[in-house]
Design a protein around this ligand. Structure first.
Ligand SMILES: [Zn+2]
Length: 90
């Protein structure tokens, strides 16, 4: 599946993980449905992709990534927020 097709499905509310390229939708909603971004944001992202608007793509990607972290559903090794509730036991 090419990226544009994946993005168009996502805009329609059908987030699909791109197995060919092993890529998530920009908001990761293919793998974490509760992260699905509002429709107007999905449209804005697709438009930016079609217009090659790197600045918008980058800032939106960072925003989506931030939401994924704050939902506590995405864990990355070394990300300090993951460990803040753990008590050190010796
Ligand atoms: Zn995915």
């Amino acid at each position: 599946m090419n990226t544009e097709k994946q993005l168009k499905l996502w805009v329609k509310g059908k987030p699909v993980h791109n197995d060919e390229r092993n890529e998530c939708c920009p908001d990761f909603s293919c793998c974490q449905p509760q992260l699905l971004a509002p429709e107007h944001e999905r449209k804005t992202f697709l438009e930016a992709y079609q217009k090659d608007n790197e600045k918008t793509l980058m800032s939106m990607s960072i925003e989506f990534l931030g939401r994924a972290f704050s939902s506590k559903k995405v864990y990355v090794a070394g990300y300090r927020e993951n460990y803040k509730d753990e008590k050190k036991e010796i």
